[in-house]
Write a new protein. Structure first.
Lengths: 375, 733
């Protein structure tokens, strides 16, 4: 082990990352002790625990057990109805520790009232770790409330281009974990200061098809009309949806999960916007983020290879931004069907949306592979 | 739609949702960065960074951004890496707006630069629109503030209007002489309303005198006093003709009340109005009193007397009587002693009348030297007569005026209550005239008197014009030396030949002349005429040698005697006629001489200095004091006719005549027996050595022609022996 602070051995002494996982056997406490114990065995002075859990568990008890397993250690996390990363885990815990990390966490409950303000408050935690050279802001939010893009804008307005933004929004019935509590409707944030850079990679495998739909009227994340007609009706037509979905909210949600819309960021680049549900009486669509009124939207499609390529591209991009350092851990959000084959501990969660800013100012995605590489 | 167009459309639509320029600027730079996939963007306006995105708040590189904004492009620090190239595009607005953006991973393409320019224009338009909206909003805010201010001012104005209306109403009440109580009540009510608390006016001497709290202090210090806090109150002094007589104050119902300067001034203004009302009422009261009372004597004047008379008649009808009192010889006294003495006499008369009245009776001065008395509860005319006699008796004693004793009589007319007040007063006036004419102290009105008064008034009117109409004549009655029957002189007697009435007896019109003041003109005319006639007769028919020159006697009334210019008039008549002074004898009745004797003596002495002679007419009918008689500078006594009538009616009558004759002899006064009508009278008077006589036995008063005829016959010795020559001569002519 050299003394070069940039060497992995030296980094391991000043910064370390641990990983643990457990399966659900109906005993949250045991699962927590097990997963946390695994994660903390890699070093002393844990700075942060990041926990992802499947929604089938008793999440409040699990949250409490996680904190009990690591008293005083800042804890953030989320749950998902979808499989976690690594595959097969019902509980995945990443621990960061060592004097090379500084962490400050915050939970903003009832964030839906003003997501921009929640993002601003979340980013304000970076002030507690401002003395470090590199910064990342991990955000976990309830994706079912408000325009999540506003959350990202609020956080970016405070954090700026020098902070790596990463995170996810949960789906119903997902929770946000913070300090032993399982919250809903909240924004949980972990401001991480490090002696080493962070790297964020973002990619998706979706492609736009067909004619553009004109976004004629929106109300925040509610898409009211497309091409001047009720958005639900236009969507069902364009997606050739099965009959009866306009009368079946649950069925429509399941159908829409695989038929996202996309908005064009640059000439040939689209960002995905999930259709989370519909207001059958108003004939409107509920999207994961506001579609810009006056703009255009497309139906998005993808294939399995595109998904794989996206996972690799995002992972590589994230690791590449570590300035040659070896990653200690990866946090993965979004499409987890395919993970990059890297020998790096990783944990991840698939939620309603992904928060990740690799370049530019845009940081909210759907069905996108978002990776934070931690060195 | 092209990508650029799509972005621009989204941009403009997104900005349209923000309502302030600040939000548009913030969101505009956000959407600019997102639209161009740039890490940072900023808006420079008015020489400063108006909004930025992508830098932590405390790390915005303002100097670099301003430099790029000015230059159009340049490097700017971008967090998380080295500086990046930034491109700046002007907004082309009035505030030097510049939109700039920097992207790390690759420079902006041409299409993106075009888009950036479009975004800048869109942002400029949005900001410009909001500037207009903001200006209008600010204008609306100012308008609303102005409206609020106007509302406040209007409220102030309304309050002020309310105050002005209240003050105006109060001042109208004062100027219209509304009842004082109502005006003061209005002032107190206004104070309570405008100052939001119970108000009170406390006056010294009232049931609620200002003896405590701010009221007492305001009175004591004669200024506003204010107490604030738990028991707030304030009071301002109230004046009457400059003297503090109370205070107007208000209390507060609200706890911890304070009184603003404006409220204090309101109370002071209301207190001043109360002062004005009280002062005006007192002044009006004095004016009303003055308007209804005689200023000299303090008695009610005619207006008030008539009003009280009317009320008394309404209440008591026939049980009301009026005394009309007229002073005798007041004008002479006024003219002789001066107006100050005249005023003092009137005051003294008022006091004497007052002392003669009962408590419920009312005395008044009607004007001049006329007084009236209202008697109520008169059951019988005797009740009124009793009062009249009391008053008349009170006039018997002299009035002392400036050290002088003055006698002033009065004539009283009595009328009982039938008809209206003015009619009653007129009736009493008529009765007064009857009393005066008859020389009585009082007379009770009878309807027949009215005709007499009318007659009297007509007579007076005719008398005024008699001289100019030539209706007056002087007749002359011879005065005879009884010893030898020679013509000693003439007595000039005025006669009035009325075209309709015929010869009006002097006894009928002389009193009228004296009452009306015409006696002065008549007397002057008679004097001048008689002197001229006598002087003419001296020239055309001189007194025979060896005889004393004929004299002419002219009667002087008491009024004439009191004229200050009498001596001058006599002197002027003598000068004008050329008659020697000793040829003129002025006759004055005994009763006249007894009035104001000291002054009379002085006046007579002055006349004597002219050289004229003085005779006492109707001697024996007055109440002469022999002491005064010796002091009067008189030369002749004219024995009154009653004594002449009795001279041959027994010893007592003869004795009286002899006494007078002897008195005259004792005092070296010549005696003229008046009214000799019988030869027996003549014989007895001659035997008593009475020197002169006159009467129908010798001749009635004769005209000038008859006198001249008499003179032509010589009228000499023995002419009257028979006693009938003149009579015969008189009848012949």
């Amino acid at each position: 082990m050299g003394t070069d602070p940039r060497s992995s051995a030296a980094v391991v002494r000043t910064r370390w990352a641990g990983f643990g996982q457990a399966t659900d056997h109906g005993d949250p406490a045991a699962a927590a002790r097990d997963a946390v114990g695994q994660a903390l065995q890699h070093g002393d002075d844990p700075a942060l625990l990041i926990a992802f859990a499947t929604a089938a568990q008793a999440l409040p008890a699990l949250a409490a057990a996680l904190q009990d397993a690591a008293p005083g250690v800042p804890l953030v996390g989320a749950s998902s109805t979808r499989p976690l990363a690594p595959p097969g885990a019902d509980l995945a815990v990443v621990a960061l520790g060592g004097p090379g990390f500084a962490v400050s966490t915050v939970a903003i409950e009832r964030a839906a009232a003003d997501l921009r303000a929640a993002g601003i408050e979340a980013a304000a935690a970076l002030g507690d770790v401002a003395d470090r050279d590199h910064h990342a802001l991990l955000l976990v939010a309830d994706g079912c409330v408000g325009d999540q893009h506003e959350l990202v804008r609020g956080a970016y307005s405070i954090a700026g281009a020098g902070v790596s933004l990463i995170g996810a929004t949960t789906r119903v019935p997902g929770v946000q974990l913070h300090a032993g509590d399982a919250l809903t409707g909240a924004v949980v944030a972990a401001a991480i200061g490090s002696d080493a850079p962070f790297g964020v990679g973002v990619a998706h495998g979706w492609q736009a098809i067909g004619q553009a739909l004109h976004v004629t009227r929106t109300a925040g994340a509610d898409l009211l009309t497309l091409d001047g007609r009720p958005a639900l009706d236009v969507y069902l037509e364009r997606t050739s949806a099965p009959e009866g979905l306009d009368q079946d909210a649950a069925g429509f949600a399941r159908f829409a999960d695989g038929h996202p819309l996309g908005v064009r960021l640059r000439a040939e680049e689209h960002h995905v916007r999930l259709v989370l549900g519909a207001d059958l009486s108003r004939r409107s669509l509920r999207t994961s983020a506001e579609l810009p009124q006056g703009g255009q939207a497309w139906l998005m499609v993808r294939d399995g290879q595109a998904v794989t390529r996206a996972a690799l591209e995002a992972t590589d991009a994230a690791i590449a931004r570590l300035d040659g350092r070896a990653p200690l851990a990866l946090l993965v959000f979004g499409e987890l069907q395919t993970l990059a084959d890297v020998d790096v501990p990783l944990a991840g969660l698939s939620g309603a949306g992904e928060i990740a800013r690799a370049r530019g100012a845009n940081g909210f995605h759907n069905d996108t592979h978002a990776v934070l590489a931690i060195a | 739609m092209s990508w650029e167009t799509e972005r621009l459309t989204e941009f403009v639509v997104a900005l349209s949702r923000f309502g302030t320029a600040e939000l548009v600027a913030e969101r505009g730079v956000e959407r600019t960065a997102e639209a161009l996939d740039a890490e940072v963007a900023a808006l420079v306006r008015d020489g400063r960074v108006a909004a930025s995105y992508g830098w932590p708040r405390i790390e915005v590189p303002e100097p670099a951004l301003l430099a790029v904004a000015a230059a159009g492009e340049g490097d700017v620090p971008v967090p998380g890496g080295p500086p990046c190239r930034a491109l700046a595009v002007a907004l082309d607005d009035a505030r030097d707006g510049v939109l700039l953006v920097a992207r790390r991973h690759e420079p902006l393409q041409d299409a993106e630069v075009t888009l950036l320019r479009g975004l800048a224009r869109g942002l400029a338009q949005s900001l410009q629109l909001l500037d207009v909206v903001e200006n209008e909003r600010a204008l609306r805010v100012r308008s609303e503030q102005q409206a609020l201010e106007n509302t406040r001012l209007l409220k102030d104005l309304r309050e002020r209007q309310r105050l002005l209306e209240a003050l105006g109403s109060i001042q109208r009440a004062i100027s219209h002489r509304a009842p004082l109580e109502g005006t003061l009540d209005a002032i107190v009510a206004t104070a309570a309303e405008l100052l939001h608390g119970p108000a009170a006016l406390q006056l010294i001497g009232s049931d609620t005198p200002p003896d405590a709290g701010v009221w007492a202090r305001a009175v004591a210090d004669s200024r506003l006093h204010v107490v604030e806090g738990a028991e707030a109150a304030m009071a301002a002094p109230v004046h009457e003709q400059g003297d503090v007589i109370g205070a107007l104050g208000v209390r507060s119902r609200a706890p911890q009340r304070t009184y603003s300067r404006a409220e204090q001034e309101i109370l002071i203004a209301l207190a001043e109005n109360a002062s004005l009302a009280l002062t005006d009422a007192k002044t009006v009261g004095a004016m009303v009193h003055q308007a209804l009372h005689d200023t000299l004597t303090g008695l009610p004047n005619r207006a008030l007397f008539v009003d009280r008379l009317a009320h008394a008649l309404n209440r008591r009808g026939a049980e009301v009587a009026v005394l009309f009192i007229d002073l005798d010889r007041f004008k002479a006294i006024n003219d002789t002693l001066g107006h100050a003495a005249g005023d003092a006499l009137l005051v003294a008369v008022a006091q004497r009348i007052g002392r003669c009245l009962r408590g419920a009776d009312t005395a008044a001065r009607l004007g001049g030297d006329e007084f009236a008395v209202l008697l109520e509860d008169v059951q019988d005319v005797g009740d009124a007569v009793a009062v009249a006699e009391r008053i008349a008796r009170s006039f018997r004693s002299a009035f002392t005026l400036d050290g002088h004793e003055v006698f002033c009589g009065c004539s009283i007319g009595i009328a009982r209550g039938y008809g209206g007040g003015e009619e009653l007063l007129r009736n009493a006036d008529v009765a007064m005239y009857r009393a005066k004419a008859q020389g009585h102290d009082w007379a009770v009105f009878e309807p027949s008197m009215r005709a007499e008064v009318m007659e009297r008034l007509e007579l007076e009117a005719d008398l005024r014009k008699a001289e100019e109409r030539g209706e007056l004549e002087v007749h002359y009655q011879p005065l005879v030396a009884l010893a030898d029957g020679s013509l000693a002189g003439f007595e000039a007697l005025i006669r009035w030949r009325h075209p309709r009435r015929g010869i009006v007896a002097p006894s009928a019109f002389i009193p009228v002349a004296e009452e009306s003041g015409l006696i002065h003109a008549l007397g002057r005319w008679v004097l001048n005429t008689a002197c001229s006639q006598a002087a003419h007769w001296d020239r055309v028919c001189p007194t025979p040698a060896g005889r004393a020159p004929r004299w002419i006697t002219v009667n002087l009334s008491g009024l004439e005697l009191e004229r200050p210019d009498l001596v001058d008039q006599v002197a002027a008549a003598l000068d004008a006629s050329g008659l020697a002074a000793e040829r003129l004898v002025l006759e004055i009745t005994e009763t006249v001489l007894m009035h104001d004797t000291e002054a009379t003596i002085e006046r007579l002495a002055t006349l004597k200095e002219l050289g004229v002679r003085l005779a006492v007419d109707d001697f024996g009918t007055g109440y002469s004091s022999l002491r005064y008689l010796s002091r009067f500078p008189i030369d002749l006594l004219k024995m009154a006719k009653p004594f002449v009538d009795g001279v041959d009616q027994g010893e007592q009558g003869a004795a009286l005549a002899r006494t007078i004759i002897d008195l005259g002899a004792s005092l070296d006064l010549a005696i003229i027996a008046e009214g000799i009508e019988l030869g027996a009278q003549l014989s007895r008077l001659r035997s008593m050595a009475c020197e002169y006589g006159q009467g129908y036995l010798f001749a009635r008063p004769l005209t000038v022609r008859q006198i001249e005829a008499l003179l032509a016959q010589g009228g000499g010795l023995g002419g009257f022996q028979s006693g009938g020559a003149l009579y015969a001569a008189g009848r012949a002519s």
